[in-house]
Ligand binder design. Structure first.
Ligand code: PSU
Ligand code: MN
Length: 304
């Protein structure tokens, strides 16, 4: 096992027994939601995964250790510390390990730790992607590169239109990352079920999704797969309301010269302020929905 990795005993036992395990990220806890909803959601997501027959492994860096599976007090610690925790993507892990520091892992960093631990399925809310204006800023999330190189199935609700969704799909196509729509032919846009962009393939059941990912593994591809799962109808938001908030947040980020790793947390926080509690409630529901699908798919994968 890697010298920096700690696998929670419950997770290690499940992996050794070939039982389904689902990884979860922690940037969503520290940077994606406010206290105390962030801790409540993290616990509810773990409960949802258990209710669907899998073992949850929330990932983070604590004191320089890469944790595959957190204890409740560790989740609470990250949730309370919030934005003061380092947002950790691929490039940040080595320094945090060397210095013995804490980090909340993004999709990219969570995939790295999941793969080191032997976990194949990961549930989250939204992934990073190609930002609007990337043709001049070159702001492209390391999440996309990680999907190209690390063999983990990531279940999300699509990407927020804080990103350029068309360019994000082009990038994934170039990198050979299969993009699945779960029970849909269209890429969902996180708060809404539609985006106007098509996905590569559609899966209508966890078994179908698991079979596609198993085939990708059998082909020996280095990279992962992205499953986009639309937000349940009753929690989806009015596209006009959410898109107005997103447009305003993007304009403010440009005016204020926000750059680098601060861009995404700035946009997420601003969209949340502009839309009040509505977007937070939707965000929580879609993460729960993704957790259930990821757990069911991990269960199907374990049978193959
Ligand atoms: N998009 C969301 N919610 C999130 C994130 C992105 O809708 O919480 C977080 C995830 O952890 C994602 C990270 O991996 O932001 C991407 O950051 P960046 O764009 O800086 O790579
Ligand atoms: Mn970026």
């Amino acid at each position: 096992m890697n010298q920096y990795l700690d696998i929670k005993p419950e997770v290690a036992e499940a992996l050794a027994a070939g039982k389904p395990v689902v990884a979860l990220e922690s940037t969503i806890i520290s940077h994606g939601m406010p206290w105390p909803q962030n801790a409540e959601t993290a616990f509810a997501v773990e409960d949802m995964i258990r209710a669907h027959g899998a073992v949850p492994a929330t990932v983070a860096v604590i004191g320089g250790r890469l944790k595959a599976g957190l204890e409740k007090d560790e989740i609470e610690y990250l949730a309370k510390k919030g934005q003061a925790v380092t947002k950790a993507s691929r490039r940040d892990l080595p320094v945090l390990c060397a210095r013995g520091e804490d980090g909340a892992t993004t999709v990219a960093a969570t995939m790295i730790v999941a793969a080191l631990a032997g976990i194949g399925v990961f549930a989250t809310g939204g992934i990073g992607g190609v930002h609007r204006g990337a043709e001049t800023t070159m702001d492209i999330s390391a999440d996309l590169e990680e999907l190209a190189r690390t063999p983990v199935l990531v279940v999300c609700a699509g990407a927020k239109s804080i990103l350029d969704l068309g360019l994000t799909l082009e990038y994934l196509e170039t990198k050979g990352v299969p993009v699945c729509g779960y029970q849909t032919d269209e890429l969902p846009a996180f708060y809404t079920r539609v985006s106007g962009f098509g996905v590569d393939f559609r899966a209508d059941s966890p078994a179908e999704l698991a079979a596609a990912f198993a085939a990708q593994r059998a082909l020996g591809y280095p990279g992962g797969m992205l499953c986009t799962n639309p937000i349940p109808e009753q929690y989806s938001m009015d596209p006009a309301v959410i898109n107005a908030a997103i447009d305003q947040a993007v304009a403010e980020s440009v005016q204020q010269g926000i750059k680098g790793k601060k861009v995404t947390p700035f946009l997420l926080a601003r969209v949340k302020e502009l839309t009040g509690g509505d977007s937070l409630a939707s965000n929580i529901q879609l993460v729960l929905n993704n957790a259930a699908l990821a757990a069911d798919t991990a269960g199907e994968l374990a049978k193959l």
